[in-house]
Design a protein around this ligand. Structure first.
Ligand SMILES: O=C(CO)COP(=O)(O)O
Length: 121
């Protein structure tokens, strides 16, 4: 199962803590992790095997949206910063919309992400 992890800068620390807390499931051989560029390199530094897309502002969200549309990515954990402005807001909204179009589970905060992962156990 392919799971995408994405975190805005203000949420990256939270994402790293979250994936470390859920290392057992996220490192299992049944899971293929993908991520936007910077989120992915931070996860790699923590020892996770992650396929990195471009950084969000350079099109990484759009690449993940394409994978959702192609039914490659089956879950998206996106720790969005609700207080910040982002130059690539259209790409972010596209990713959220494509998840809804394809009925792909999408969490936009840690509490929801934890509930989704708990369901995989
Ligand atoms: O901007 C992002 C999501 O919209 C995240 O991108 P990075 O992981 O490259 O910082």
């Amino acid at each position: 199962m392919e799971i995408a992890i994405i975190a805005h800068d203000a949420k990256k620390r939270e994402m790293l803590d979250f994936i470390k807390k859920n290392r057992a499931i996220l490192s299992s051989e049944k899971i293929h992790l993908i991520a936007t560029g910077t989120t992915g390199s931070m996860a790699q530094e923590e020892g996770f095997n992650v396929q990195r897309m471009l950084s969000g502002p350079l099109g990484g969200d759009a690449q993940i949206a394409a994978r959702v549309a192609e039914e490659k990515t089956q879950m998206v954990l996106f720790f969005k910063d609700p207080l910040g402005k982002h130059p690539h807001e259209p790409d972010i909204n596209m990713l959220l919309r494509v998840c809804d179009v394809h009925n792909v589970p999408l969490a936009t905060n840690e509490a929801s992400a934890q509930l989704l992962l708990n369901n995989l156990k």
